[in-house]
Design a protein around this ligand. Structure first.
Ligand code: MTE
Ligand code: QUE
Ligand code: MOS
Length: 775
């Protein structure tokens, strides 16, 4: 019975003992070379010439490669427009252009300064405003329209028009982009990559080298964090390593330094959103009109899907009777922005949470009540602005319970009193919610496959397309398989992910890694269960061993699977109470020449979204949660602390509550970092200045809430997902927004008649600037 148990993460011992192997921990093989990518020193323009001769002559340099060495030099998950190495047109500052190859990184770093570029520079686009002015767009979305927003705004007693701006975010995975390519016989190649998307990596490598897909294998043991940053962007670095490996016929290793990784790879999309909202005297939203602008950076990458998800999540947890939502992705001269936990969802939801704060201040009402008033209902007001009806909506319950559990009303009164005292500090308190749609909005991605092999001693190996990045997908799949056969979890190993075992896989993304791959593994297990139960039925009937025919098609097997229980390391037949030990059963199956391996394919049912009308059911279900955060701001310095956070989540029936608790706390802190201190700085030429932990501030232990409560509600109703669990990876990221709205709430105590206005991240500098506006 391992479902719902807190079994430890399958790498927990390895991670603390150093036993876990990441890409750069792999032992150097004979003749292996190292690769140092070198970026261009300009954000836009054309490369006229690259002088590599002197660098090539430096001691320790074995080879130099540039764009002209590639068979095919364009990649891109949705639009194949991004060069692997800069060809002529420059997209962004520090974009990879040259590969230096040698056996000593010190030598390569010394040689780097000898690479000279001749560049014809042009004026870079370095902001969303500038892109809008210059009409520089990658994608314009179809509008989402519900009701009649113009009529609603015309009739609304109150209107607010404004803008909301949030910054990007560095993924800050501990393991940078990393890959080793091994040349094999016959022109084949084996790629070991830190990638969330092995199939995409296989694809980009094959195309770049002019190979077919069956000549490339991509293997992923684990990542030291991905957070979306290794979904598309692991692939070009794998292609660089593969190029060197095939050309030199030597294993080739490319592991970026932290600084190079931060400069060369994309981040979360900054957004600038313009809106007009109409509401009644109570604060009920009557209509919302908005245009979302995402900063896509230099290339398309996944930006269009990310913008779509932002538009899907502009409602947050709140009912919009009339809405007209538009969106555009700007093309700028920054690194190409990419997937990051939440995938546009946070940028959409934060907009409405900010608007709700403004409505409350404007009407001089308590923001919690405005949120409860606008919250999606259970029986009515439960259809989203894209026409999806919410099933078993727990949001009203979540709001009601967190209000009580966090002692909200008493603390609000205390804060009102505290903020009247002249202590030099002000406090703020705020609740926000997450209602995260689970499924890839690109429907074809909602499929997966799994391979389950039962060995003669009864232990099991399972392989799927899921990649482990710390989130615990392996552990959850291990539990699903162990549960299916009634064996202890230690008798199940989740094997290294590889494109030769599982084909055409989707990225481990959209929080649905365990949903899709767990369901595929379960499907394979059920097929094996049927076969083994069928065998046991014959054993009970005393059929002589040699006479047991091959298992008929499972539909014809005349078997009532409900009569059998796999549990306690044995199979029990309920009607006869007979049992057989699991290892005996497996042995009997083998001797009877019954297959002990199974492969299954799974697809998520019930998805259908009409892109032309922007209406339908893009999501399988929603994962919901609420958070209350309290902050204290030093009015002299703008610095702040999070005094307390309470989180309440609906995760259905969690497969592993301990792992999910880790996901909720981790995602919250990561979300909080995005909206508070994680600010990206670029110089006027577009070069990233904050490219290391000394200049880019992620939360540390001191920044986490002084008091931190994380609880789950019970919900047995999610029949949409494996064992009625719910996806957890991304949804709680959005709860970090409550720290930002709490900071905004604190400001209202000093802002007088004006509405507080802050951008995200609300760095201490941003807070101080806003406070100084009130004096
Ligand atoms: N947790 C850890 N420890 N490391 C990660 O890189 N990525 C997040 C989330 N949790 C991540 C993580 C992101 S962006 C996603 S989409 C999900 O995990 C993916 O895994 P899942 O679908 O198996 O939950
Ligand atoms: C959430 C996601 C992804 C998504 C949509 C989501 C994602 C992703 C894609 C995608 C879209 C179009 C493609 C493609 C991938 O869509 O991660 O190959 O052609 O890669 O709602 O996380
Ligand atoms: Mo997660 S951003 O979908 O990899």
């Amino acid at each position: 019975m391992s479902i719902g148990q807190n079994i430890p993460h399958d790498s927990s011992r390895g991670h603390v003992s150093g036993g876990s192997v990441f890409i750069d921990d792999r032992l150097l093989t004979q003749k292996e070379v190292l690769i140092l990518p070198v970026g261009v020193p300009a954000a836009s323009g054309t490369v006229k010439n690259i002088y590599t001769d002197i660098a090539a002559q430096q001691e320790g340099v074995l080879a130099v490669f540039t764009a002209k060495d590639l068979h095919h030099n364009a990649w891109g998950t949705i639009i194949p427009e991004q060069p692997i190495l800069v060809q002529d047109k420059i997209g962004y500052y520090d974009e990879p252009a040259v590969l230096l190859v040698g056996t000593s990184m010190e030598a390569l770093l010394r040689a780097r300064s000898h690479i000279k570029f001749e560049i014809e520079k042009s004026e870079p686009i370095l902001s969303i405003d500038d892109a809008i002015r210059k009409n520089s767009f990658i994608y314009k979305a179809n509008a989402f329209v519900t009701g009649d927003v113009d009529a609603a705004l015309a009739k609304a007693p109150h209107k607010l028009k404004g803008e909301f701006e949030c910054g990007g975010q560095e993924h800050f995975y501990l393991e940078s982009q990393a890959c080793i390519a091994y040349p094999l016989e016959d022109g084949q190649i084996e790629i070991h990559s830190s990638s969330q998307h092995p199939s995409e990596t296989q694809h980009v490598v094959a195309e770049a080298l002019g190979l077919s897909l069956h000549e490339v294998v991509c293997i992923v043991k684990r990542m030291g964090g991905g957070f979306g940053g290794k979904e598309s962007q692991a692939a070009p670095f794998a292609a660089m390593a593969a190029l060197v490996a095939t050309r030199m016929q030597r294993p080739a290793r490319l592991c970026l330094s932290k600084d190079d990784d931060m400069m060369m790879t994309g981040k979360r999309h900054p957004f600038k959103n313009f809106y007009e909202v109409g509401f009644d005297n109570d604060g009920r939203i009557l209509g919302l009109k908005a245009h979302l602008y995402a900063d896509g950076g230099a290339y398309a990458d996944l930006s269009s899907s990310i913008l779509d998800r932002a538009m899907f999540h502009i409602d947050g947890a709140y009912y919009l009777p009339n809405a007209h939502i538009e969106g555009s992705v700007c093309r700028t001269n920054f690194h190409s922005n990419t997937a990051f936990r939440g995938f546009g969802g946070p940028q959409g939801t934060m907009t409405i949470e900010s608007i709700l704060e403004d409505i409350a201040v404007y009407l001089k009402k308590e923001a919690f009540e405005i949120r409860e008033l606008n919250c999606y209902g259970v029986e009515k007001n439960n259809v989203t602005h894209y026409g999806q009806k919410l099933d078993h909506n727990p949001l009203p319950e979540l709001f009601a319970r967190i209000k009580k559990d966090s002692d909200y009303e008493r603390r609000r009164q205390e804060i009102d009193v505290f903020n009247r005292s002249q202590s030099g500090y002000i406090r703020g308190l705020s609740v926000t919610a997450t209602k995260f749609g689970i499924a890839f909005t690109a429907r074809f991605l909602n499929q997966g496959n799994a391979l389950v092999n039962v060995h003669k001693d009864g232990t099991v190996q399972v392989s799927t397309g899921a990649t482990e990045m710390g989130q615990g997908v392996n552990t959850k799949i291990q539990q699903i398989v162990a549960h299916a056969f009634g064996i202890p979890p230690q008798d199940v190993k989740v094997m290294t992910t590889s494109t030769e075992k599982n084909h055409n896989t989707s990225p481990t993304a959209a929080s649905s890694g365990s949903d899709i791959n767990g369901a595929a593994a379960l499907k394979a297990c059920v097929a094996l269960q049927k076969r083994l139960a069928w065998l046991f039925q014959h054993i009970i009937h005393g059929t002589p061993m040699n006479d047991i025919a091959e298992c008929p098609p499972l539909e014809d097997a005349q078997l009532r699977l409900e009569d059998f229980i796999f549990s306690g390391k044995e199979l029990q037949h309920l009607p006869t109470k007979q049992t057989i030990a699991w290892p005996d059963l497996v042995k009997r199956a083998y001797l009877n020449r019954i297959s002990l391996g199974e492969y299954a394919h799974f697809k998520t049912e019930g998805l259908g979204f009409d892109k032309a009308r922007s209406m339908g059911t893009p999501f399988s279900y929603f994962t919901n949660g609420v958070a209350v955060s309290e902050v204290q701001v030093d009015t002299w310095t703008g610095e702040y602390k999070v005094l307390r956070t309470d989180i309440l989540m609906d995760l259905g029936r969690p497969l592993n509550p301990g792992i999910d608790r880790g996901q909720v706390t981790g995602a919250f802190i990561q979300g909080m970092g995005w909206v508070t201190t994680e600010k990206l700085y670029y110089n006027k030429d577009g070069k990233l200045l904050s490219h290391s932990p000394t200049t880019y501030k992620i939360p540390n232990i001191q920044d986490t809430p002084r008091e931190f409560h994380v609880h789950f509600i019970e919900n047995n109703e999610n029949r949409q997902n494996v064992h009625r669990s719910k996806a957890v990876g991304e949804p709680p990221f959005l709860l970090g927004i409550s720290v930002w709205t709490a900071l905004k709430d604190a400001l209202k105590y000093r802002s007088g008649k004006t509405l507080p206005y802050i951008k995200s991240p609300a760095t201490p500098e941003e807070m101080l600037m806003e406070l100084s506006r009130y004096e």
